[in-house]
Design a protein around this ligand. Structure first.
Ligand SMILES: Cc1cc2nc3c(=O)[nH]c(=O)nc-3n(C[C@H](O)[C@H](O)[C@H](O)COP(=O)(O)OP(=O)(O)OC[C@H]3O[C@@H](n4cnc5c(N)ncnc54)[C@H](O)[C@@H]3O)c2cc1C
Length: 381
């Protein structure tokens, strides 16, 4: 299956075009234009909102997969999945997510969070340049010098709305020594644990990434560290292999998922009474991801990715849409930054561009107008 979520895999395109070269992408775009069909771009097929599925023309870049390493710079085909990329880069790596079947293109173009992010930033912060097929078929190389405005917009707003990325250049780093821990506690302890987590995790040393999950089974603290650190809980960090740790974290979601989620960034801790209400009403999963560190050391206008002042990201996940999911999201929304991670697109947002791009929204809109004046590519919902 090329699409991770079964409900989007069921959407049948008029034409699914598997492109092996930028010229084939240009041909597929021309075919869509001639036929008056909508275009969707697909790499790993993991979009939460199904933006890489369409009843028109799906341009799938999977055949353009492969990795070439030159010093600390990796040239990566846009069809490469994370698992294959990590294999090819060893003993180097990049800051990115865990799911081995997630596409590097979709992930990097919307940001890219992962266990090395607090120390090394987003995947898009490691992006040095990209090759893009624009609407109309022109193939351009962009980086800090060439088409700098396209390069700026791709880093956070590149998900299917500016052009078809066919190749990425990413700065790599040596895969670090890592230690890991897991702590599972009963739900009754959730308020105390979240209060401690909110104060500690966003300010922990940069090499430390501790997520807090809450579900039916209780509270789960799952963390990794690439530097020594004292945990505020009775838990021990144990040396682990970097790749095994990433594999184990990926197993928590699995490759095929049919869930619905909503999320938001937060710049200050949630109050105790809000936490109590959140936990009392829980009918799904809550996932607190720490922010801060290198994520926030990039200026909000340096790239299209604007969320550089948050302390954490809170994702609510359910097995059905609406209902609890909306109630839980609305309960904490008054305390959020209003910002939403572009890689967790949410069709329920009242003002999507404001949520994804904040103060960068006008510049993102200008980049779209310049590079896709006819609106061939669709913005995130
Ligand atoms: C199981 C699972 C695990 C995840 N883990 C993480 C994680 O650890 N960290 C994290 O940050 N995110 C994670 N995500 C979210 C993930 O970053 C996004 O879903 C991402 O957009 C997926 O990219 P894709 O290429 O796999 O998906 P696709 O559905 O193929 O694409 C996603 C979006 O990018 C666009 N796009 C894809 N390829 C191109 C291209 N070549 N050129 C232009 N636009 C393109 C699509 O049109 C679509 O809008 C996860 C998602 C899932 C389902």
């Amino acid at each position: 299956m090329t699409v991770a979520m079964p409900r989007f895999a069921a959407i049948e395109p008029e034409a699914l075009v598997e492109c092996a070269t930028p010229a084939e992408v240009a041909e597929a775009l021309a075919y869509a234009e001639r036929s008056g069909l909508e275009v969707a771009v697909r790499s790993g097929g993991h979009c939460f909102a199904g933006r890489s599925s369409s009843t028109g023309v799906v341009i799938d870049v999977t055949p353009m997969h492969g990795v070439a390493l030159d010093g600390d710079v990796a040239t990566v085909g846009a069809g490469t999945r994370l698992g294959a990329l990590y294999d090819a880069l060893e003993p180097s790596t990049i800051p990115a997510g865990c799911g081995p079947t997630v596409g590097i293109a979709g992930l990097a173009l919307g940001g890219g969070l992962g266990i090395l992010g607090r120390a090394h930033g987003l995947t898009c912060d490691a992006l040095l340049g990209a090759q893009v097929v624009l609407a109309g078929g022109r193939v351009v190389e962009c980086d800090a010098e060439r088409e700098p405005e396209l390069f700026w917009a791709l880093r956070g707003a590149g998900n299917g709305s500016l052009g078809v990325v066919t190749r990425l250049r990413l700065r790599t780093l040596p895969a670090p020594e890592i230690s890991a821990f897991e702590l599972h506690r009963p739900r009754e302890e959730a308020v105390e644990l979240i209060e401690t987590w909110q104060r500690w995790a966003p300010d922990a040393p940069d090499g430390v990434a501790v997520s807090l999950l809450l579900d039916d089974a209780g509270v789960h603290l799952i963390g990794t560290a690439t530097e020594p650190c004292e945990l505020p809980w009775e838990a021990e960090l144990r040396p682990a292999s970097f790749r095994d740790t990433k594999r184990r974290l990926a197993e928590r979601t699995g490759p095929e998922i049919d869930t619905w989620s909503r999320s938001e960034f937060f710049a200050r801790p949630l109050e105790r009474d809000t936490l109590e209400a959140l936990i009392e009403n829980l009918e799904g999963e809550l996932d607190f991801t720490p922010w801060g560190g290198a994520y926030n050391r990039v200026a909000p206008d340096a790239t299209a990715f604007v969320h550089r002042d948050a302390r954490f990201l809170l994702k609510h996940t359910a097995t059905t849409p609406g209902g609890w999911l909306d109630r839980s999201w609305k309960l904490v929304h008054p305390y959020g930054t209003g910002g939403v991670y572009p890689n967790f697109p949410d069709p329920g947002l009242a003002d999507p561009d404001g949520a994804y791009f904040g103060a960068n929204r006008d510049r993102v809109a200008r980049a779209r107008a310049a590079y896709d004046p006819e609106g061939v590519f669709q913005p995130l919902p």
